[in-house]
Ligand binder design. Structure first.
Ligand SMILES: Cc1cc2nc3c(=O)[nH]c(=O)nc-3n(C[C@H](O)[C@H](O)[C@H](O)COP(=O)(O)O)c2cc1C
Length: 218
């Protein structure tokens, strides 16, 4: 079975594309409007771009009526947003935060989480989340899709400050992922949770390349 998604309907009852780009880390992104309305929403079209300097991106689909997502507007207007790690313990809050509310209403009012302010801007962060990136807005790349919803704002940002909960570090100073239990998006209504990791080293004698994979400073 095969098909060309640009021209043909999916041969399956549910389009397979999103179910094949898995697992997708979740950008649980908090922001604030220029009028002070606090906002938080999950974005699974979210990634790191590079590490020197650390940069991230997310892609926001427009609403069916053509409105752009509040997270994008807030990032553009204030210059900041925060990534909060979405964890197993916070999964219900992550889900509720995806509700589409009018721009004047804050998703935070519906979540059972503690807010704390970021250091570098007025952006709220989820205190219970073990890791945060304070992200400085860089630019937006608008890409038209085949439909209003398919059209995206790709937002680029640099990571200016990283917050680390020391309870979620291993004794040798690594991020304790099985302890933090990040959740990630699959297809359909499915998610996965990272509780297992395994180690592999590239059979290479290049010490610099190995150090880069391990995250050691150059
Ligand atoms: C797990 C999850 C991942 C999501 N990923 C995206 C995404 O990558 N892009 C997007 O436009 N919407 C995504 N959504 C939907 C948004 O979270 C939703 O439209 C939200 O209301 C946007 O809020 P905002 O307008 O306050 O930014 C996702 C929803 C869930 C539950």
């Amino acid at each position: 079975m095969k098909y060309d998604p640009g021209f043909e309907k999916s041969p399956l009852p549910f389009a397979p594309f999103k179910s094949l780009t898995v697992p997708r880390p979740i950008g649980w992104l908090s922001s604030v409007s220029k009028d002070g309305v606090e906002n938080i929403a999950p974005y699974s079209q979210w990634q790191n771009l590079t590490f020197d300097p650390p940069m991230v991106m997310f892609a926001a689909n427009q609403y069916p009526d053509g409105r752009r997502k509040d997270t994008v507007i807030n990032a553009e207007e204030t210059g900041w947003f925060v990534w909060n790690m979405a964890t197993w313990d916070l999964r219900e809050a992550v889900n509720i935060s995806a509700m589409a509310l009018p721009p004047g209403d804050s998703e935070f009012d519906r979540l059972n989480v503690t807010k704390k302010k970021a250091d570098l801007s007025d952006t709220p962060m989820v205190a219970e989340s073990p890791f945060h990136f304070e992200c400085r807005y860089l630019s937006t790349h608008r890409i038209p899709g085949n439909s209003t919803v398919g059209s995206i704002d790709v937002v680029y940002a640099t990571v200016e400050r990283i917050h680390l909960d020391e309870n979620c570090l291993t004794p040798d100073g690594r991020i304790d992922i099985p302890k933090a239990k990040p959740i990630a998006r699959m297809g359909y209504y499915d998610y996965t949770v990272v509780t297992d990791t395994f180690e592999m080293k590239v059979p290479s004698s290049d010490a610099d390349e190995m150090a880069g994979l391990a995250g050691q400073p150059a």
